[in-house]
Design a protein around this ligand. Structure first.
Ligand code: ADP
Length: 449
């Protein structure tokens, strides 16, 4: 096992990894930018090293500073969390070249799967259904127009290197397709230094279903069942749950098996997620692999009783998976709300600042993963997630009731949060019936007809 793990991240996931290291009895080093210098979780690490100023490119994305911090503190492994460098295959490779284990997948699998176009090719080869799409990267308008004539509108333009919804455009006619190609390329070039884009048929009102995977270096891969992440705003998740409501067992099994097949074909290990869209007829289509721990991983931890971050660390240290597929039992119903420092009454504008009241819910069936507290100042520099509120109960109906109760208990002042929209969601009859898709929030709450 490692002696000391350096956590190359911030916020709730930094705290989550610190906790996993403590639970495993291993030392832990935190890093921080000057914008995070007063973050309370830094005191829970054995050491905390400043790696630069607030802007992420000068700190959390600066590879030499992170490697130096690991070397100075004698860390023998780095956990990248999510976001920042977590899916940067070069970073993973550099860590390993420096004799520091990267707690994540092998860098060659990351490199291949990190490109959505390549991942689609691998999925097809592994007989995993993909969304109908262009035959690779689009370089000529004429090829895009030809695809549009064959597949029909609407069409989704996607960045091969994309993430966080960037470089994505819906086109409903030839004109918006040609314009969208141009602007998506520019956005992707600016965000990922890779402007290549491809096309997918835009599925109308699909559900987003993803599978949590765990694999070891010996090629063993298991799934920890699915999460339904259909509740999104601008393609960003707001609520996640497991099991996916109203999903026939046969479909669920087929999706989970497809995910395992793809991970095995890619030579994947560590934790990862395979994402799919589901149409109204319950046909499922692969969209991408997230080669990292995800924000919503605790949902799967609650229903399986497996601590994914601890398992990631064990696998990185060379341990074999400690369970077979048949040992993984899905119990109960877990739901997560992402509590962001954003103002839902004002177009979800970020709402950084000083937290003056912070009363988190508790009691049976409630888990809150958060780095915030009274007196904590949410910096404007980073993503706005301030807490993950999770509930776990034997049935979905009970989980919904507990979430309503927990959202009522959750009191925050000083900053605006997404709590009010979560309260509305959990009172919505469609949501209660499990009748959701990726356009639900926009249709029902933001642009009601
Ligand atoms: P990113 O990596 O930028 O988050 P994803 O490929 O994971 O992008 O897609 C994010 C979300 O965008 C999905 O959950 C879904 O809501 C929507 N989406 C992606 N592809 C399609 C598609 N072909 N049709 C309809 N919606 C899609």
């Amino acid at each position: 096992m490692f002696q000391r793990v350096l956590v190359a991240n911030r916020g709730e996931i930094a705290l989550r990894v610190i906790r996993a290291c403590r639970d495993l009895g291993i030392g832990v080093v935190a890093v921080y930018s000057t914008a995070d210098k007063d973050a309370p979780y830094l005191k829970l690490a054995d050491e905390a090293i400043c790696i630069g100023p607030g802007p992420a490119p000068e700190s959390y994305l600066k590879i030499p500073r992170i490697i130096s911090a690991a070397e100075i503190t004698g860390a023998d492994a780095i956990h990248p969390g999510y976001g920042f460098l977590s899916e940067n295959a070069d970073f993973a490779e550099i860590c390993r070249e420096c004799d520091i284990e990267f707690i994540g997948p092998p860098h060659d699998a990351m490199r291949k799967l990190g490109n959505k176009n390549e991942a689609r090719k691998m999925a097809k080869a592994a007989k995993v259904p993909v969304v109908p799409g262009s035959d690779g990267i689009i370089t000529e308008d004429s090829v895009a127009l030809k695809f549009a004539r064959e597949a029909g509108y609407p069409i989704l333009i996607k960045a091969a290197a994309g993430g966080g919804g960037r470089g994505m455009r819906v086109a409903r006619d030839d004109k918006s397709l040609i314009e969208g190609l141009q602007s998506a390329r520019q956005e992707a070039e600016a965000a990922f230094k890779d402007g290549s884009v491809y096309l997918e048929k835009y599925l109308e009102q699909p559900r987003h279903i993803e599978v949590q995977l765990l694999g070891d270096r010996e090629g063993n891969v298991v799934h920890l069942y699915e999460r339904d992440c259909s509740l999104q705003r601008r393609h960003q998740k707001l609520v996640e749950e497991s099991p996916a409501p109203n999903l026939p067992v046969k479909v669920r099994d087929a999706i989970c098996e497809s995910a395992v097949r793809l991970a095995k074909a890619a030579g994947y290990y560590s934790a990862g997620t395979c994402e799919f869209l589901l149409d109204k007829q319950n046909n499922f289509y692969f969209i991408e692999v997230n080669a990292r721990i995800q924000v919503e991983h605790p949902v799967s931890e609650l229903v399986t009783g497996i601590d994914l971050v601890k398992e990631q660390i064990r696998i990185a240290a060379g341990e074999k998976l400690r369970f077979k597929q048949k040992d993984i039992v899905h119990r109960g119903s877990a739901i997560e709300c992402r509590i962001n420092a954003e103002d839902p009454a004002n177009n979800f504008q970020p709402s950084p600042g000083l937290i003056t009241t912070w009363r988190v819910p508790g009691g049976p069936g409630v888990r809150v993963d958060s780095h915030a507290s009274v007196g904590y100042r949410v910096p404007p520099n980073y993503d706005s997630l301030v807490a993950k509120l999770l509930v776990f109960q034997p049935t979905r109906a009970e989980a919904l009731a507990t979430m309503r109760r927990a959202l009522r208990e959750f009191a925050v002042e000083g900053i605006k949060t997404t709590i009010p929209i979560h309260r509305d969601i959990f009172n919505s009859s469609s949501f209660i019936e499990g009748n959701v898709d990726t356009t639900f929030i926009e249709r029902v709450f933001l642009n009601p007809q």
